[in-house]
Design a protein around this ligand. Structure first.
Ligand code: PMP
Length: 440
């Protein structure tokens, strides 16, 4: 059908994670972007306070990335990586290996966070089989965890609405308790003091099943999409110790936290905890081209290589694994992060950001404020009978006032491009304060 796109025409596009029925009456359409700002279809500048969906870490239209993609598409548009390869994919994987904790030296390329998660879960199961420990088949996630929308991801994920309409999920999956404890930790600056002991819930589950049946546990070191839930101090270290005690692999889902969001290359580095597998996507290419990467400890890779009987060591991969244009975007993104020293920049702004987030304390309906690196969350009291309504109204009003924020349930989340200036932080939070004052 060749119809011109009307600004409110949502009849054919089935929008992801969006109330499709309502969108047409109040569409928010974007036509261009540059740096910290989008242009809306009615010609307004909209500050991007969410880096798209936590991905545009270097800001929009970063010149080096745009140029690299343009050049790549005109040189080598596509090449398969089953039995063939490109030099750039090798370069990218060794650069990534050097960015993640020592010993995490192998990289499997995917096209999204969801694919990275499913790949990581499969690699974990494969690893135990290759070691002759085929009984380890159970996977453990965490309540309220978000690990994308593949069947693996929603099975280990713990967001009820993302699971409830989709049947039985993977079998042999359990969930440890989430760490959100507003009673003890509300308005904490950075990671909360209370709750490291919640990691011991893994002991409960391990002992319930017989620990030798558990393959892996997957958590977001900082849970983003579920409403920015921060790990209590010492929690991740304790999880690591328990995994070691029982021979369970620890997977960190760093789709949001890798590539600078916490002022480091990874949350693993930020927290000083080394998992066995790290899933990434988003900031890998600055959001410009879809791509994910799973970073794997060498002993896991070597276990697969040790299987001399298998003609192919891992029967897994995607048509677009290491897509040349995505690889070009990723290399240029890493160059941009390094040349503009963006991770250190984010780290340097984190205190200013924290003060700005907590400056909203006392505004109407503000129930909790959370921050880490350049991530902020405002949790609002639910409107009786209409959970999520206040945050959604705030998001719509913010758009009208030239600001993009993100909503999950009653929580407003912010994660600006790492190029945000102090003046823009001021503008963002004074606008937000005004918006919150107007919500009843
Ligand atoms: N894992 C985490 C921690 C995420 O935050 C997301 C996306 N927000 C995903 C996985 C899924 O990524 P994608 O949408 O690229 O599939």
């Amino acid at each position: 059908m060749n119809r011109p796109l009307a600004p409110n025409d949502t009849s054919s596009f089935w929008m992801p994670f969006t109330p499709n029925r309502d969108f047409a009456s109040d569409p928010r359409l974007i036509t261009a972007a540059d740096g910290m700002y989008y242009t809306s279809h009615d010609g307004r500048q909209i500050m991007d306070a969410t880096a798209g969906l936590w991905c545009v870490n270097a800001g929009h239209n970063a010149p080096r990335i745009v140029e690299a993609v343009q050049k790549q598409v005109a040189t080598l548009d596509y090449a398969p990586h089953f039995n063939f390869g490109t030099p750039q994919a090798y370069e990218l994987s060794s650069r990534l290996a050097s960015m993640f904790p020592d010993g995490m030296d192998h990289v499997f390329f995917t096209n999204s966070g969801s694919e990275s998660v499913d790949t990581a879960l499969k690699i974990a199961l494969h690893y135990h089989r290759m070691r002759g420990d085929a009984a380890r088949t159970r996977l453990i996630g965490r309540e309220r965890g978000y690990h994308g929308v593949g069947f693996g991801g929603i099975s280990v994920g713990g967001i009820v609405k993302n699971r409830m309409h989709f049947g039985t999920m993977l079998t042999g999956v359990d969930h440890i308790r989430h760490t959100h404890d507003p009673e003890r930790n509300a308005f904490s600056r950075g990671c909360p003091e209370h709750g490291a002991e919640l990691a011991d819930d893994l002991i409960r589950i391990a002992e319930l099943h017989d620990p030798s049946t558990i393959a892996a546990v997957i958590v977001e070191p900082m849970a983003g999409s579920t409403g920015v839930l921060l790990p209590p101090k010492g929690y991740l270290q304790r999880l690591r110790e328990i995994c070691d005690r029982y021979g369970i692999l620890l997977i960190f889902d760093e789709v949001i936290t890798a590539y600078g969001r916490l002022g480091r290359a990874s949350a693993s580095e930020y927290f000083g905890v080394k998992p066995d597998i790290i899933t990434t996507a988003k900031g890998l290419t600055n959001g410009v081209i879809p791509m994910g990467a799973v970073i794997v400890d060498s002993r896991i890779y070597n276990s697969a290589m040790g299987n001399a009987d298998a003609p192919i060591e891992l029967f897994h991969g995607y048509t677009y694994s290491a897509h040349p244009i995505a690889v070009a975007a990723a290399l240029a993104s890493l160059d941009t992060y390094r040349e503009e020293d963006l991770f250190a920049r984010a780290d340097g702004l984190a205190k200013r950001w924290e003060d700005a987030v907590h400056g909203l304390k006392g505004l109407p309906h503000v129930k909790d404020l959370r921050n880490l690196g350049l991530v902020g969350a405002i949790e609002l009291e639910s409107r009786p009978g209409a959970p999520g309504a206040r945050a959604t109204e705030a998001m719509k009003e913010a758009w009208r006032q030239g600001l993009m924020i993100r909503v999950t349930g009653d929580t407003i989340a912010m994660s600006p491009p790492l190029i945000i200036t102090e003046a823009e932080i001021e503008t963002l939070f004074s606008k937000l304060a005004g918006i919150l004052k107007g919500i009843d």
